[in-house]
Design a protein around this ligand. Structure first.
Ligand SMILES: [Zn+2]
Length: 114
C-alpha cells in the first residue's frame, strides 16, 4: 500500500513547514490528488489518520482536493473531463488531445495555528 508512504511524506512536509514558525501548531493540510495519480483517497485518509494518532500531530486534518482527469483538444482547444478512458474530443471528435490535469499529487496548503 503505497498510500502509507505518501501519507508519511505529507507529514514530513507538514513538520518542515511548522518548523519554520516556532510555536505554531499545524491544524490542517490540503493535498491535491489527481484521478490518475494512482492514489486511493480512502486508503490515503486511513493511513494518514493511523500515522498521526498518538503523535505530536494528533488531530491534524487532511483535506483531499480531488482532481478529475482533463484533456485539451489539439485541434479546437476544447477542455473536457475524461470519462471511461474516452480521450476523444467531445466538441470536434479529434483523437489529438493531451492531458492537462488529473495526475496531480502534491501539497496544496498547510494551515498553522498559533
Ligand atoms: Zn476538439
Amino acid at each position: 500500500m503505497h498510500e502509507m508512504g505518501i501519507a508519511s511524506s505529507v507529514l514530513d512536509a507538514v513538520r518542515v513547514e511548522a518548523g519554520r514558525y516556532p510555536g505554531s501548531h499545524p491544524s490542517r493540510v490540503g493535498v491535491r490528488v489527481g484521478e490518475w495519480s494512482g492514489v486511493d483517497r480512502e486508503s490515503l485518509q486511513f493511513c494518514f489518520e493511523a500515522l498521526v494518532t498518538g503523535t505530536d500531530l494528533a488531530g491534524l486534518l487532511l483535506s483531499i482536493d480531488y482532481r478529475e482527469r482533463r484533456n485539451r483538444c489539439g485541434r479546437c482547444s476544447e477542455e473536457f473531463a475524461v470519462r471511461n478512458y474516452e480521450t476523444r474530443c467531445p466538441q470536434c471528435g479529434s483523437d489529438f488531445t493531451t492531458a492537462i490535469g488529473g495526475t496531480e499529487l502534491d501539497i496544496a496548503f498547510v494551515e498553522l495555528e498559533e
